[in-house]
Ligand binder design. Structure first.
Ligand code: 3HC
Length: 293
């Protein structure tokens, strides 16, 4: 029997989770957003208010529509509130142990027909699925940053995914105004597998002294017609996430192109993670840009 998705849970309301919650609420679905504690919850609510506020300021949404979107989202610190969800999308940090604990919990809490999805960028969807008693109903639903804007959703099927489920999730993605592509469960899937090799290579070029940060960014933006140069994009994605994806790709492929560039590791170790911490390759504190690292 074909499933209907009307009530959705989103676990983790960081940049990606909040964006994903917004996408579902804008498409008219009821959303329950879950965070670990009250502080994280209020940060998540803040992300949603500012993102929809920006849409209002740009004339893309009326204040009335913004109110309706926000009203469709319930905020909670209790996972138990996901008992009635038709679908839960996980967007917590990329730490396998946390994901496995969460999915075991979701498996206990959610109704038997519920689909459990992960927004993981690089971890094994199959390994996450294996922690549940319903591995056939576990799937990857990978959004891109910023989720309300980027039009792609990668739908990740594993060897045990129920036949027909990828097509149902692809249909849901279309209902959200996104274009789905279905891919197998290999590190990085399609986009990150290709993109992180390029971004990591840009870091190596910077380190080699071939060109400076701004010139590499300008070259790729103007020479290739990309919306952002590689260092601006790394700061948007988050240097920690980028580093993690490279590590996983390198571990899986042993391809040296994916060995994380030392500069990436240094910035992550220093806690300079990009936009989310106010500084990465650039300063985002509103004071212009920092000197090239
Ligand atoms: N949240 C919500 N909306 C946002 C937003 C955000 N964080 N950032 C931008 N927008 C909206 C703006 O409101 C605007 O909407 P409008 O046209 O309706 O008014 C629209 O996006 C364009 O924004 P701006 O005019 O401010 O800026 P740009 O034209 O420079 O576009 C961008 C910004 C969409 C981020 C563009 O630079 C871009 O596409 N960059 C590349 C992003 C990318 O490659 N993302 C994928 C990263 S890989 C990934 O996420 C995978 C992960 O697993 C690592």
């Amino acid at each position: 029997m074909k499933r209907t998705f009307e009530t959705v849970g989103v676990v983790g309301l960081g940049t990606m989770g909040a964006g994903i919650a917004e996408v579902f609420a804008r498409a008219g679905l009821r959303v329950t957003g879950v965070e670990a504690d009250e502080n994280a919850l209020s940060r998540g609510r803040g992300h949603l208010e500012s993102s929809t506020g920006r849409a209002v300021a740009r004339g893309r949404m009326t204040s009335e529509q913004q109110r309706e979107v926000l009203e469709r989202i319930a905020f909670t610190t209790s996972r138990e509130d996901l008992a009635d969800a038709d679908l839960v999308v996980e967007a917590i940090p990329e730490i396998m142990e946390f994901k496995r604990d969460l999915f075991a919990d979701l498996d206990r809490i959610c109704k038997p027909s519920a689909v459990l999805a992960t927004n993981t960028s690089s971890l094994s969807v199959t390994a996450i699925a294996a922690t549940t008693s319903r591995p056939g109903q576990v799937i990857g639903m990978h959004f891109f940053n910023p989720a309300p804007v980027m039009r792609l959703v990668e739908v990740i099927r594993t060897v045990v995914t129920e036949e027909g489920l990828p097509a149902e999730i692809a249909e849901l993605a279309r209902r959200l105004g996104k274009t789905p592509v279905v891919a197998g469960d290999r590190a990085g899937f399609v986009v990150n597998r290709l993109l992180l090799g390029y971004l990591n290579h840009a870091c190596h070029l910077l380190q080699s002294g071939l060109a400076g940060r701004d010139d590499i960014d300008t070259a790729m933006k103007l020479g290739v017609g990309l919306p952002m140069g590689p260092f601006t994009l790394l700061d948007l994605i988050g240097l920690d996430t980028s580093y993690e994806v490279c590590e996983v790709l390198f571990r899986e492929s042993r391809d040296r192109r994916h060995a994380p560039a030392p500069i990436l590791r240094e910035l992550v170790t220093a806690g300079l993670l990009g936009r989310k911490t106010g500084r990465g390759f650039f300063s985002h504190a509103g004071e212009g840009t920092a000197p090239a690292p």
